[in-house]
Design a protein around this ligand. Structure first.
Ligand code: 4NP
Length: 170
């Protein structure tokens, strides 16, 4: 298991987690919706605060990509977030910043102003039992099948991430 900052998670101090990709319309809204769904399924809503953001600002205010929504809907998951750009305050506010690929992680690392912020930045596929090159591939120019592949990667990685964080729930 990779090293990331851990603490006791309680309803008084929910764990704050922010999923980050480039546009905040495909991968990170999917991760936000999937993680929220898994948390809800296990009755743990009060223990987590979940959001997503993008390192780019092209799509700010937009809903998730229609193909991301279609695949998520097929699995009974609604993607309700609107795109926003990640802010330097996110690195302070959130307990864990989960980047979708190495480029996202690099952009986030360039925003770091304190060492403890750097340790909060992880890759989602650090939690994937089959991590390939460590990146959730960018599906933006793909057909629906590419979005399904991305959904599957995100889903199994989020399951493992939640399994890990549940150990810290008191
Ligand atoms: P995302 O996908 O980072 O998973 O939301 C992308 C969305 C938009 C663009 C690139 C990737 N774009 O270049 O506009």
């Amino acid at each position: 298991m990779i090293d990331f900052p851990r603490r006791n998670i309680t309803t008084e101090k929910p764990f704050r987690i922010n999923f980050v990709c480039l546009g905040n319309i495909c991968r990170s809204p999917t991760a936000e919706g999937v993680f929220q769904h898994l948390v809800h399924e296990t009755g743990l809503d009060l223990y987590f605060e979940i959001d997503s953001a993008g390192t780019g600002s092209w799509h700010v205010g937009n809903p998730a990509n229609s193909k991301s929504q279609a695949v998520a809907n097929k699995h009974g998951i609604k993607l309700l977030s609107r795109a926003r750009k990640v802010e330097s305050s996110d690195l302070e506010y959130y307990d864990l910043i989960v980047a979708m690929d190495h480029s996202n992680a690099g952009d986030l690392n360039s925003m770091v102003v304190k060492p403890e912020q750097e340790s909060k930045i992880v890759l989602l596929r650090d939690f994937d039992p089959d991590p390939d090159d460590g990146a959730v591939p960018d599906p933006y120019y793909d057909e629906l099948e590419g979005f399904q592949v991305v959904f599957d990667i995100i889903h199994r990685s989020c399951q493992n991430l939640l399994a890990e964080l549940r150990k810290d729930i008191k």
